[in-house]
Design a protein around this ligand. Structure first.
Ligand SMILES: NC(=O)c1ccc[n+]([C@@H]2O[C@H](COP(=O)([O-])OP(=O)(O)OC[C@H]3O[C@@H](n4cnc5c(N)ncnc54)[C@H](OP(=O)(O)O)[C@@H]3O)[C@@H](O)[C@H]2O)c1
Length: 336
């Protein structure tokens, strides 16, 4: 089959032949992949910088999730978090225990763009901490695909105030659902937020986390009020200097949420609820569809956190993979 293939860490995947995967047990099935999102986590998988990376898995097909159609015509959202066979290929073997049958009429490209972005904060709030309605949340990195969705997830789950923090004031102003904004690089705004923050969803780490942590703790009027800091990503750096005084002078707790701190079963258990909200139109990340053979060029495009590149099996006549899919073969209507 054809696939995006990484042969050396740090080089863009190339579209080339790769051995066809085969189901190993009765829980696994082969699907025709229709759409796979190019998330930051996938770039880390391909450049070897993710904490799960190991040179033994090279060569590999990148892609941690996707949407595919089984031989019975059903449309599946699936995770492909381990091994050398990812979702950026013509076909993938999926574990049906870690996958979800999407409602008929679901748009594979939209689901591939959106689900990963939504489930990050959803899992953090539902599975990694005890989150109660009315609590105030600061989203650090709120202008990215995952951060924007996090603001909306917080609102849906009943958060009190939701403060969106990011480095670009214009993009920040356009984040839907935020009750307030704070510009990174202006820590005094984080220190003087007004509402006491209960939870931080941190997609950045690095310097912004160090600065925001010190400012939040320094600005606290009730030091005994718990502050739970959940790290989800590292867009601003894999390491952050932690101010010791912040830990001693407040009830600050550090938690992580991701592969390893969450089990595959925990992730799979939340997929149906998230997929249902996407089908309802509650959440949507704008996709930027690119045909799988163009993977190498897509990789070198400048980052654009307002849209999510989605590799698709085939573009339709006008270059997009449409919302209408052919029910028989799962390919975009009119694309043959
Ligand atoms: N743990 C999980 O379950 C999970 C799940 C999904 C994603 N993630 C992680 O979450 C992070 C964000 O993913 P995403 O999908 O939102 O990425 P994205 O759509 O590419 O957005 C990146 C975000 O990071 C910001 N950013 C990048 N470099 C920065 C810097 N040096 N200083 C301050 N802000 C910076 C961007 O700001 P601009 O808008 O100004 O460019 C944007 O807000 C990634 O690390 C990803 O791996 C974790």
């Amino acid at each position: 089959m054809k696939a995006a293939v990484v042969t050396a860490y740090g080089t863009a995947p190339q579209y080339r032949e790769f051995a066809e995967p085969r189901p190993a047990n009765s829980d696994e099935i082969l699907v025709e992949v229709l759409a796979a999102g190019l998330h930051p986590r996938v770039r880390m998988q391909a450049d070897g910088s993710h904490y799960t990376s190991s040179p033994e898995t090279l060569p590999l097909v990148p892609g941690i999730d996707g949407v595919g159609r089984g031989s019975d015509g059903r449309l599946w959202y699936f995770l492909s978090l381990a091994g050398r066979y990812g979702s950026m290929a013509e076909r993938a073997v999926i574990d049906t225990r870690r996958s979800f049958v999407l409602p008929e009429g679901s748009d594979p490209v939209s689901v591939a763009a959106t689900l990963n972005c939504v489930i990050a904060s959803w899992l953090a709030l539902k599975r990694r901490i005890t989150f109660s309605p009315g609590q105030n949340v600061l989203v650090l990195g709120a202008t990215g695909g995952t951060g924007r969705m996090a603001v909306q997830v917080c609102r849906l789950l009943g958060a009190g105030q939701v403060i969106a923090a990011g480095r670009d004031p214009e993009r920040l102003a356009a984040v839907p659902g935020a009750t307030a904004t704070a510009v990174i690089g202006a820590p005094e705004t984080i220190g003087r937020l007004g509402p006491e923050v209960d939870v931080v969803l941190d997609f950045l780490w690095g310097e912004p986390a160090t600065t925001a942590m010190a400012a939040l703790v320094a600005g606290r009027t009730a030091p005994l009020r718990p502050l739970t800091w959940v790290n989800l990503g590292e867009m601003a750096g894999a390491r952050a200097a932690l101010p010791a005084g912040a830990l001693r002078s407040s009830r600050l707790q550090l938690v992580g949420s991701g592969q390893g701190s969450l089990t595959g079963a925990e992730m799979a258990a939340e997929i149906p609820a998230v997929a249902a909200e996407i089908a309802r139109g509650t959440f949507a990340v704008e996709p930027d569809p690119v045909a799988l053979p163009d993977v190498e060029r897509a990789w070198s495009r400048p980052a654009d956190s307002s849209r999510r590149i989605v590799l698709t099996r085939r573009p339709d006549a006008d270059g997009r993979t449409g919302r209408q899919t052919n029910r028989q073969n799962g390919w975009p209507a009119g694309s043959r």
